[in-house]
Ligand binder design. Structure first.
Ligand SMILES: [Zn+2]
Length: 79
């Protein structure tokens, strides 16, 4: 086991690539496990589990966010 950091020129390129490849696959695996997506029961769009659907504003069949009202809020210009 190396006690000190190994200089870059001492390590071969394939050896470094192997290590970085392992890091990449590990990071991707962690990212894929971080967010669980599911299909919305009402509109079929992808949504995060236990969260309100951003497409239709429903959660568990119940209307939580009135999407029409939200759109009006955004498009309404105050003079
Ligand atoms: Zn939906």
């Amino acid at each position: 086991m190396a006690k000190h950091s190994v200089p870059k020129y001492k390590k071969s390129k394939p050896r470094s690539a192997l290590r970085y490849g392992a890091f990449k696959t590990r990071a991707l695996k962690q990212l894929s496990n971080a967010v669980n997506l599911m299909k919305c029961h009402d509109c079929g769009a992808k949504k995060i589990v236990h969260m309100v659907c951003h497409e239709c504003g429903k959660y568990n069949g119940r209307q939580v966010i009135n999407k029409q009202k939200e759109i009006e809020k955004i498009t309404k210009i105050k003079a």
